[in-house]
Design a protein around this ligand. Structure first.
Ligand SMILES: O=C([O-])CC(=O)C(=O)O
Ligand SMILES: [Mg+2]
Length: 251
């Protein structure tokens, strides 16, 4: 029989019962130019930052939790970020008003936070750019997730700041959008993100772990990463994917 029970007593698919190792599994699909950015001060935060995003996504699925944002959010900087969400909501407007909520978010967020700008997915408008990036870097923020576009990508890349967005655009929000709220639950790329939810983003995509579930998601994600490590070990030992998956299945 395949599968063993996690500490929660739920059965994890594909994990053999007797082969749990203490050694940390290698990170899956991680390029040498990637790095993890962010100040992760909590135990579940550290554990989530150590897990692969794919394993966290599998853990969310396994636990029946939402959290994986719609695909297509990309950063020009090859980095993985992990940190608590600080959220800002935008809505359409015609007046030219500065996004005060975003300014306050940048000025007051704890170092290591991830800004989440919920702008409804408009890829024609850049809600983030080089100036905001300079301020965010100065404040030690881990990165930004923008449900819209960014501009000044050369400046953003020059700062090495991971800003995950749906696209790149030249037009700014002045006279088109305004910020309306800071640190409220937001809808971002199809997922409700609460302030403080733990955001993990990298080349594969973006996810936000619902706050109260960080511990269990981190625990299950670690087990999925361990399963992958065992599967690779079996594969190298047997030389056959079918033989390897007799004791540890892929899912
Ligand atoms: O104008 C904006 O909203 C964004 C921008 O270009 C910057 O931060 O440099
Ligand atoms: Mg600019």
């Amino acid at each position: 029989m395949h599968g063993r029970r996690g500490r929660l007593g739920r059965r994890l698919p594909g994990v053999a019962p007797c082969r749990v190792r203490q050694r940390r599994p290698p990170r899956r699909g991680r390029s040498t130019t990637e790095r993890t950015v962010g100040t992760v001060n909590t135990d579940p935060g550290r554990a989530l930052a150590a897990a692969t995003p794919a394993a966290i996504a599998d853990a969310l699925d396994h636990l029946g939790l939402p959290g994986v944002l719609a695909p297509g959010l990309r950063s020009h900087v090859a980095a993985r970020i992990a940190g608590p969400a600080v959220t800002v909501v935008y809505e359409r407007a015609t007046e030219r008003r500065q996004p005060e909520h975003t300014f306050e978010a940048v000025d007051t967020a704890a170092p290591g936070s991830v800004l989440v700008l919920a702008a409804g997915g408009d890829t024609g408008i850049a809600f983030w750019g080089g100036t905001l990036t300079a301020a965010a870097v100065h404040r030690g923020l881990a990165g930004a997730v923008v449900d819209g576009a960014v501009r000044d990508t050369d400046e953003i890349a020059g700062h090495g700041f991971p800003a995950f967005a749906r696209g790149v655009a030249l037009r700014g929000p002045a006279g088109r959008f305004r910020s309306v709220a800071l640190n409220v639950p937001v809808m971002c790329a199809g997922v409700t993100v609460h302030p403080g939810d733990f955001v993990v983003a990298g080349p594969d995509g973006v996810l936000a772990v619902p706050g109260g579930h960080a511990d269990e998601v981190a625990r299950v994600a670690a087990e999925f990463d361990e399963r992958d490590r065992l599967l690779t070990e079996n594969l190298l030992a047997t030389g056959s994917l079918r033989a390897a998956t007799r004791t540890v299945s892929l899912f």
